[in-house]
Write a protein that binds this ligand. Structure first.
Ligand code: HEC
Length: 108
């Protein structure tokens, strides 16, 4: 009986671990080029975006406080000067992976 409960528990743990979808920075990059370029400088070398005063993604990534968690929170909450883009959880995951990935150009 105990063995059975333990086995069930292990199966549950395994299932929930694999259910989490891997973040995809490339997909995040594509999303950013579609939805964020109007206001943010997304990729290095991009012409200046609009004059909204939005920081470039590289500058955002350079902030120590900009963890994937902080980005996720930011992108889930409405902001004065940035429109609510109605991003899905997957899109937010991909975008934060992409932005945080800009921090160290050597990797990714
Ligand atoms: C309509 C213009 C606009 C669009 C589109 C836009 N942003 Fe922004 N964003 C801004 C502005 C303006 C700020 C600065 C907000 C402030 O300082 O209060 C900002 C700030 C941010 C910040 C926080 C920077 C910080 O230092 O706190 C993040 C992260 C961010 N944007 C990500 C994104 C992402 C990801 C997208 C695309 C999915 C996006 N933005 C699309 C205008 C925009």
């Amino acid at each position: 009986m105990i063995v059975r409960i333990l086995t069930a528990g292990l199966l549950l743990v395994g299932a929930s671990a694999s259910a989490g979808r891997a973040q995809d920075p490339d997909a995040g990059h594509r999303l950013a080029e579609k939805w964020c370029v109007n206001c943010h400088v997304v990729a290095p070398g991009q012409e200046r975006a609009t004059s909204t005063g939005a920081p470039s993604f590289r500058d955002i990534a350079a902030q120590k406080s900009m963890t994937p968690m902080a980005l996720r929170v930011f992108l889930q909450t409405p902001h004065d000067r940035m429109p609510d883009l109605h991003l899905s959880h997957d899109e937010i995951d991909d975008l934060s992976a992409y932005i945080v990935g800009l921090r160290d150009p050597g990797k990714s």
